[in-house]
Design a protein around this ligand. Structure first.
Ligand code: AMP
Ligand code: GLY
Length: 435
């Protein structure tokens, strides 16, 4: 098989690595990811959201299958554009990628099809509606742009603003820019990610993962793309089996609704949930793998990713087998990240050190010049270790962080017993309050 992959982060690095086990990979990137370039039989650097440029390069390359990975590329209809060339795709068409790209659509779909797990929300088109929604939700709200914002557009009361005036100034900014926005009840609980392969009819679920969006230890500071994540390969330590089952039902009902209203969802469906005392509620849907979550699950995948992608494109999804190990991912980010990242700093990677510690490393946003790797303003490297026990995977990855040197830092608390304990106690407390 000759498979085209579009994208150039750590998420795409692991996808490329897994596909290359039994396929030839061709890649299109916006910036050269040195590792993806090395694995690829051929690669091309361009504006990956430019459908004409991508089509011009891809045509005539005898590509058997394509996978479009990042959301801004799905949002421009790249899957549809490649299908026009006769290339089968394992990623969603524009109309169903709207489940991520248009938050108003996602919510009205869930509402119209009576899908459980929908938080209370209001669609806002003027300041008066915003004020009354904030009042209705007792000043405890999430203010959300309708479209894509790279995970950084949501502002939560108590976390990002402290009073109605501050909230309203964000509302005004969004009204000016987009003419509408969403105000949602602020959900209390523990967040988790559930990803599934979808051929449009059935879903094959991957193990749940917990991401850490906040920049600093103890979940403080700004939201980031994700500082790291863990998975036990089974349910997460603060969940019950029934929580996971409910989340699966919500996602299955969602692809059924998409098929009825628009078209079959082919690709990876990502449910971002808040586990509340009343069960799982949807915070967001994504039409792609999560980053870093892709690394947790794809490291455990024992079925050929090529076969799964082929099954997605043909509407005949095979089962996927995952090992039940625990995994911990930690991102190394440039000093000053996220508010004032220092870019263009040289970093050195000690590969023998990483392999002696049993840790894998994936290149995120770095570049290569004169045989030297440099940082950009985004996350630089993702390190991942796996082990039977979560605490061993965490220790292993933490002990490997110094195999990469340069002006970089990471969150030390991700996957630690201390933080996991806090999560379990938090959930127990919320559930206790219910009784
Ligand atoms: P998003 O950009 O939609 O992924 O949201 C970013 C982060 O905002 C999420 O990871 C949550 O931590 C938080 N968030 C979003 N919606 C809500 C909500 N309704 N209640 C509480 N927190 C939320
Ligand atoms: N880790 C969050 C995301 O990929 O959107």
């Amino acid at each position: 098989m000759r498979i085209l992959i579009i994208g150039n982060g750590a998420r795409e690095h692991i996808i490329t690595e897994r596909l290359s086990e039994d396929s030839s990979v061709l890649s299109i990137m916006s910036k050269k990811n040195p590792a993806i370039a090395k694995i690829s039989e051929d690669y091309y650097i361009c504006d990956i959201t430019n459908t004409s440029e991508v089509k011009a390069w891809a045509s005539g390359k005898n590509i058997d299958l394509a996978f479009v990975s990042p959301d801004p590329v799905l949002a421009v209809g790249m899957s549809d554009a490649l299908e026009e060339l006769g290339i089968p795709v394992a990623s969603p068409s524009k109309d169903v990628a709207d489940i991520e790209c248009n938050k108003e659509f996602a919510r009205s779909l869930m509402q119209d099809h009576l899908i459980p797990g929908l938080a209370e929300y209001r669609l806002i088109t003027n300041e008066k509606e915003a004020l009354s929604a904030i009042k209705e939700f007792n000043n405890s709200v999430a203010i959300k742009p309708i479209g894509l914002t790279g995970g950084k557009g949501v502002k939560i009361s108590g976390d990002h603003f402290t009073n109605v005036n501050e909230g309203m100034s964000y509302v005004k900014e969004l009204l000016l820019k987009d003419k509408k926005l969403l105000i949602e009840e602020k959900l209390k609980g523990e967040e988790f990610t559930l990803q599934a392969f979808s051929d449009g009819n059935s879903l094959v679920f991957m193990p749940p993962v917990q991401d850490h969006k906040r920049a600093f230890e103890n979940d403080e500071g700004e939201n980031t793309g994700g500082m790291g994540s863990y998975s036990t390969g089974k349910i997460l330590p603060f969940m019950n089996e029934s929580d996971l089952e409910k989340a699966k039902i919500i996602m299955k009902k969602t692809i059924d609704a998409l098929k009825k209203e628009r078209s079959p969802f082919k690709g990876v469906l990502y449910g971002q949930f808040m586990l509340t005392k009343d069960g799982p509620k949807i915070i967001e849907y994504n039409a792609r793998f999560g980053d870093p979550e892709a690394m947790n699950v794809l490291s455990l995948l024992q079925t050929s990713l090529t076969d799964i992608f082929l099954g997605i494109s043909e509407g005949k999804l095979p089962n996927a087998v995952f090992s039940s190990n625990s995994t911990v991912v930690k991102y190394l980010v440039p000093n000053g990240y996220p508010s004032k990242p220092i870019k263009d700093s040289p970093v050195s990677i000690n590969l023998p050190c990483l392999s002696s510690k049993g840790t894998n490393m994936y290149y995120a946003s770095v570049y290569e010049k004169d045989n030297q790797i440099f940082t950009t303003s985004s996350r630089a490297f993702a390190l991942i270790s796996s082990s039977k026990l979560l605490k061993d995977a965490e220790i292993k990855v933490e002990n490997s962080m110094n195999c990469i040197s340069g002006p970089l830092w990471h969150r030390k608390d991700i996957g630690t017993e201390n933080l996991i304990d806090k999560r379990i106690k938090h959930m127990d407390k919320l559930r206790g309050e219910k009784k």
